[in-house]
Design a protein around this ligand. Structure first.
Ligand code: FAQ
Length: 320
């Protein structure tokens, strides 16, 4: 954890000026720099939510680890879940540079005081869901996260570079899995279509509420934490995904989807925003189960944390 850089009241105008100059020059704010409290709080909120999402995000796919249909699929899925654990850890480390503690963030998650992505509150009902999560959920995550590599806060931006490289592998393994199923039997193709039907709208919701209902976007864009609005990224995702769906041979479950020549983009229907709000508030299909599993894992792991702390203490005594 890094000590927070505080300022005397008379220093503040100068510090604000410097902070704003760094942002305007597209340079990075680093942990040692002074920053406004609200900038720090926004970053802690977003990075913690992002870290929690990676950790909770292991659960839907983890459900299929013991039932993967081949050794190859199991090895790929294990590697993917381990990457997600790694992403969570880089992100908690980035949050700690802002003066918060990972254990405090975990407490807030399991007591419902901090959020994680709505998408991980949906169940994985068949193995095609694993492919669709890679294709659509990691695809959406890439659209959202590539611009975060240019975020104004250095540790977050740098963590995103590696995360995005790994997400690209995740997306490709999902697409390859689906392509294999689509070249299989009629029943396998039906499994893929069923999974696409269930995951399409929740994937669009990952980008957050529409811009008009997004209280944080304007300030986060001004601080160059977010580089695009929720709707801009959602549109980018739809434009990227429609041709992939055609190539795969699946139908996206949106009767309003059509190419708009004038805009050079796909028009698409309105997601059910009341569903997003319900899921965010805790009333999605798997919210209770996801938090229970996370809480149990945290409690079961207490002895590991205690042992590591005891070892660190002894090492310190031994070597001064
Ligand atoms: N779910 O004003 P905005 C992944 C909340 S990682 C839940 O628009 P903001 C990898 C929002 O926090 C997926 N809550 O907020 C993977 C805010 O609440 P608050 C996670 C949501 O921050 C793949 C309120 O609604 N990615 O998938 C959601 O400007 C496969 C108002 O919203 C990130 O976290 C939602 N969908 O924009 C792992 C990326 N949407 O805090 C395993 C970083 C909004 O004011 C398997 N985060 N809310 O009480 C971001 O880019 C932004 O935080 C947004 C939301 C775009 C998510």
């Amino acid at each position: 954890m890094v000590p927070v850089q505080t300022a005397e009241p008379e220093q503040v105008p100068e510090l604000v000026e410097r902070f704003e100059a760094v942002i305007a020059a597209e340079q990075r704010i680093e942990p040692r720099d002074w920053m406004p409290d609200a900038y720090r709080a926004t970053l802690v909120r977003q990075i913690a939510q992002h870290a929690h999402s990676e950790i909770i995000g292991m659960q839907p796919e983890g459900n299929w680890l013991t039932r993967a249909p081949s050794l190859r699929r199991k090895a790929i899925l294990l590697a993917k879940a381990q990457d997600e654990a790694g992403h969570g850890l880089y992100l908690y480390a980035a949050a700690e540079t802002l003066g918060v503690d990972r254990s405090e963030l975990t407490e807030k998650l399991i007591s419902g005081r901090q959020k994680y992505s709505s998408i991980f509150n949906y169940p994985t009902l068949n193995f095609a869901d694993v492919g669709v999560i890679g294709w659509l959920v990691d695809g959406a995550a890439i659209c959202n996260q590539v611009p975060l590599c240019r975020c104004s806060y250095g540790p977050y931006a740098r963590a995103m570079v590696r995360v995005c490289k790994e997400e690209s592998f995740h997306q490709r393994q999902g697409y390859e899995l689906l392509m294999t199923l689509m070249h299989g039997t009629e029943a396998q193709r039906a499994m893929v279509q069923d999974a696409v039907d269930r995951w399409w709208w929740p994937s669009l919701m990952m980008f957050g509420p529409p811009d008009g209902d997004s209280p944080n976007t304007a300030q986060s864009m001004a601080w160059r934490i977010k580089r695009h609005t929720n709707d801009e990224l959602r549109q980018r995702f739809v434009d990227m995904t429609v041709p992939q769906a055609e190539h795969l041979g699946v139908t996206l479950p949106d009767p309003e989807l059509r190419w708009n020549e004038e805009r050079g983009s796909w028009d698409f229907g309105e997601p059910d925003w009341s569903e997003l709000m319900r899921v965010i508030k805790g009333d999605g299909p798997c919210n209770t189960q996801r938090i229970e599993v996370r809480r149990a894992a945290h409690e079961d792991g207490a002895w590991v944390r205690e042992a590591a702390a005891a070892y660190a203490r002894k090492e310190k005594e031994r070597h001064g």
